[in-house]
Design a protein around this ligand. Structure first.
Ligand code: SF4
Length: 356
């Protein structure tokens, strides 16, 4: 818990329903991601298999770029087979948003300010209200409305853009909206989300945009999202990485775990290894990863390089493994459970994992 979380208290946000998923209120913070290839030209079965993998990894919502009416049609067909609620990301052409709304897509990411004028925005909002579809208003520092683009105070400009969008929605009596404020700058992302939460109770979708490739991206996302989550800000999140969506979901879940949110599944602790190591920590983790990912129960698993610090440093682990010469030692809450030859360690460990 950081100092800010000791001083800030926010009431739960209002709730917004997206198909079977609830965002906000007392619902757990959800992790979402975005599909990274064009809908047109990708085999639908390939996408369904990808969605199933993402769901298994802990993804609750999946967003698709929908730049044409043809792709809206493909998304609608996909939603009929998808185990996850899908989100359409629509810009400029209100007909695409209308097609998605009337076709059964439960959430649209849209900015009423860039959908072709007040009348067209009104049509979309009225349709969303009629069909019970949620809207996400995404305010990005890099694509602010023209009048606000040159404002040197980016945080203020982002808030003004959001307020304008909120006014449009509320003029139509529409409140099923989630807002997001994304910047590639961590500090800006934190400040603008804090200020919005102080003023409004709409759920916030957290994220850092253009965060970069895997390692720098994880660092930037974690810095911003951990800070906000430990202050009680954020009802859903997407970690943006120039990497596989599965990496985005895994990172999102780790950030939630680190910030003390219950997400279920395994927390892995492992040592970095050193000259004392007699166990192939990294290779073993890669081998056992799939098995670990399939566990829904909230447990801690340790993979350590040697017995000197192994079971001791990982004494709180529900199950652990370490090396001792040619043997692997499997331990539970710091107590040795069994010893196996290293070559038999995988099977023995998996057996114990399944007994957890
Ligand atoms: S647990 Fe053993 S191998 Fe791992 S870092 Fe500590 S001393 Fe080194």
């Amino acid at each position: 818990m950081n100092e800010a979380s000791l001083t800030r208290h926010y009431s739960p946000s209002r709730t917004v329903k997206v198909g079977t998923v609830v965002i906000g209120g007392d619902a757990p913070v959800t992790v979402q991601t975005m599909w990274k290839t064009p809908l047109a030209g990708t085999n639908p079965q390939e996408i369904i298999t990808g969605i199933q993998r993402l769901q298994k990894a802990g993804c609750a919502l999946l967003r698709f770029a929908v730049p044409s009416l043809e792709e809206a049609r493909l998304l609608i067909e996909l939603q009929k087979r998808s185990p996850l609620p899908l989100v359409a990301d629509v810009h400029f052409d209100h007909r695409i948003a209308l097609a998605c709304i009337t076709g059964g897509i439960p959430k649209i990411r849209i900015n009423p300010g860039n959908i072709g004028g007040a009348d067209k925005a009104g049509e979309v909002i009225r349709a969303a209200k009629e069909f019970g579809v949620a809207l996400r208003i995404g305010v990005n520092a890099g694509s602010l409305p023209r009048l606000l683009r040159n404002d040197k105070n980016t945080v203020k400009a982002m808030l003004m853009a959001a307020e304008e969008e909120r006014n449009i929605l509320e003029r139509y009596g529409f409140y099923d909206a989630v807002f997001s404020f994304k910047s590639s700058d961590v500090e800006t992302t934190i400040r603008v989300n804090r200020l919005f939460r102080e003023r409004y109770d709409y759920p916030l979708h957290l994220g850092v945009t253009e965060a970069g490739p895997l390692i720098p991206g994880i660092v930037r996302n974690t810095a911003a999202l951990y800070t906000l989550l430990t202050e009680g800000i954020g009802e859903t999140l997407r970690v943006s990485l120039s990497s596989d969506p599965l990496d985005e979901v895994a990172t999102g879940r780790e950030i939630l775990k680190t910030s003390g949110r219950p997400v279920g599944g395994v927390t892995v602790i492992s040592c970095p290894t050193c000259g004392r190591s007699s166990f192939p920590v990294r290779d073993f983790y890669e081998r056992v990863k799939q098995e670990l990912d399939s566990i829904e129960k909230e447990v801690t698993v340790a993979i350590m390089g040697c017995p000197v610090n192994g079971p001791g440093e990982a004494r709180h682990a529900d199950l652990g493994i370490t090396g001792a010469g040619k043997q692997a030692v499997i331990f539970k809450k710091g107590k040795v459970l069994r010893r196996e030859l290293i070559e038999n360690a995988f099977e023995a460990f998996v057996k114990e994992l399944r007994n957890l």
